[in-house]
Design a protein around this ligand. Structure first.
Ligand code: NI
Length: 267
């Protein structure tokens, strides 16, 4: 099975990414997609993809870094999209959650950087991998206003969160929906009104993607430790259970979904 969103280029894996990758591959993970959040981490993700046959990259600026961009960033990003193992633009989007380290980046700057990357995805003919935290309604609005720039399969919402209206709007526009280890957590995440379990139950099987967001969002029973791509298996088992399917049947379909969204990915 494929982990469609993680960050093995982050400093938490600096000393043992090779072990983590090999461990994932022997556990049954067949491909790993590392997503960038800045120019630097996007470049590192592409470098890693060059080192391992099973690794791929998605490049982009996370809304958190939207106010820290240096001149020429868009050209640098565009150059990365030419790499054969760069599958999409992400993680891009909007984030209204106030983080201790960072607060909230000016929403107008977030929006401008998001739109510039929607335009880049159009130019490069690549799908989007979207980050949303407490900004679902604005993201849907921006996407709808730029509908003409989206690919036939426009991309995916990574680590989906929000309410049923946001989910329905995303599905309606053709987006696929990623779920992570936090689906195994009990109750509601702060500021959310709908459980991930309910959202995944509603999402049609042919639109579901499984991801880890490593090093974050470690599923139970490993919660509290660093997340790794091999734990995508736990999330897949959890969703298979929700959908009354065998693990194998779930993974067969979700892998198919990955190839539908990321057409540059070759078997
Ligand atoms: Ni992430």
């Amino acid at each position: 099975m494929i982990d469609v969103h993680c960050h093995l280029q982050f400093h938490k894996f600096e000393n043992d990414y090779d072990t983590v990758i090999k461990d994932a591959l022997t556990s049954g993970i067949t491909k790993i997609i590392n997503t960038g959040t800045s120019i630097e981490s996007s470049k590192k993700g592409v470098e890693l993809a060059g080192k391992y046959r099973e690794l791929y990259a998605i490049v982009g600026i996370h809304p958190h870094h939207a106010d820290k961009l240096e001149e020429g960033w868009l050209k640098e990003l565009e150059a990365l999209t030419q790499h054969p193992k760069v599958l999409g633009i992400g993680e891009v989007g909007m984030d209204y959650f106030s983080y201790q380290s960072n607060g909230i980046v000016d929403p107008q700057i977030q929006k401008e950087v998001f739109i510039q990357q929607i335009e880049l995805a159009h130019k490069a003919k690549l799908p989007l991998q979207i980050h949303n935290r407490h900004a679902g309604a604005d993201i849907i609005k921006i996407l709808q206003e730029h509908k003409g720039l989206l690919q036939d399969i426009p991309g995916m919402f990574h680590c989906f969160a929000g309410d049923m209206d946001i989910l329905k709007a995303a599905l309606e526009m053709g987006f696929y929906i990623g779920f992570d280890g936090n689906i195994t957590y009990k109750g509601l995440a702060p500021g959310e009104a709908t459980t991930l379990k309910d959202l995944a139950t509603y999402t049609p099987l042919d639109r579901i993607l499984v991801e880890t967001d490593s090093p974050y969002l470690t599923p139970i029973p490993h919660r509290g430790k660093r997340n790794e791509p091999k734990y995508a298996i736990i999330t897949a088992e959890f969703i298979a259970n929700l959908k009354n399917l065998s693990f194998e049947a779930l993974v067969e379909q979700t892998d198919k979904n990955v190839y539908n969204v990321f057409s540059k990915l070759k078997g």
